[in-house]
Design a protein around this ligand. Structure first.
Ligand SMILES: Cc1cc2nc3c(=O)[nH]c(=O)nc-3n(C[C@H](O)[C@H](O)[C@H](O)COP(=O)(O)O)c2cc1C
Length: 244
């Protein structure tokens, strides 16, 4: 475009290939379970969902599980695995080169090969909202992702976030954006939730009732995040990269 002039025709012209890909995407999602000559590479595609609440199996973990269900529903070829950090000990100081006391090991080391696998095409990070931001456990985990940073091991993988707060407006959005910032530093492809909610990821209000399902709106953001993650992974797979 001359002189950076952005006309509607010019914009559509520039975006046409992606518009076409998006159109093909629906077909790709529908046929993902039926490999054919033109189907995307579907072998060994996995999304990890990591729940970063110290409380194992509680609302954050449940929300991440809902997101993983939505990913499989949208693209059955994608496997999913839930990693619940509840009860685990992850020490963020190690990222800064501070060794654990001799003979001690925390729970991050076993996660390294799980996360650093070529079959992992996406990661969902779920955190409770603690004083308006992610939990300490979540921050420690993301700081320990430093081990992947130098060699850009997570670059090109798709990422999304879920924040679960006791307040309706308890800091979910800032929590999401904080998680996004860390993941963007890893050159991950950060996505939000698909239409019709279309915002920044899963925002759950756990104060709605004893059951997570009581927050129907929040649950929809979680499901739509899963759908969006599945869509982008399949789109990248069809295009041959960067996470293909
Ligand atoms: C230390 C602490 C701080 C919290 N701060 C907030 C907050 O700022 N905003 C909010 O909405 N909820 C806050 N909560 C409530 C939790 O986010 C909420 O109970 C969440 O569902 C817990 O997730 P879990 O059930 O997966 O452990 C806080 C809870 C704790 C323990």
């Amino acid at each position: 475009m001359d002189n950076c002039e952005l006309t509607r025709r010019g914009f559509l012209g520039h975006t046409a290939p992606w518009a076409a890909s998006a159109g093909a995407l629906a077909a790709g999602l529908a046929t993902a379970a039926e490999p054919s000559g033109t189907a995307p590479t579907t072998v060994g595609m996995k999304v990890l969902g990591i729940s970063c609440s110290p409380r194992k199996g509680k609302t954050t973990s449940q929300a991440v599980a809902h997101c993983l269900d939505a990913i499989r529903a949208a693209a059955p070829a994608i496997e999913t695995e839930l990693i619940d950090l509840g009860g685990k000990n992850i020490n963020g100081c190690v990222a800064a080169g501070i060794d654990l006391p001799e003979g001690q090991q925390d729970d991050f080391l076993p996660l390294i090969p799980q996360i650093d696998s070529p079959t992992v095409r996406g990661i969902v990070i779920g955190s409770p909202v603690y004083f308006g931001n992610m939990s300490g456990l979540c921050k420690s985990l993301l700081d320990r992702f430093y081990v992947f940073h130098k060699e850009k091991k997570l670059a090109g993988k798709v990422a999304g976030a879920i924040a679960c707060g006791g307040g309706r407006n308890g800091g979910q959005e800032l929590t999401l954006r904080s998680i996004h910032t860390s993941l963007m530093s890893q050159q991950m492809i950060v996505v939000g939730d698909a239409p019709p909610t279309s915002h920044w990821g899963g925002t759950v209000w756990t104060g709605a009732g004893a059951e997570l399902a009581a927050d129907e709106f929040g649950l929809n953001t979680v499901k739509n995040l899963g759908k969006r993650i599945a869509e982008i992974i399949m789109l990248l797979s069809r295009a041959g990269g960067p996470s293909a």
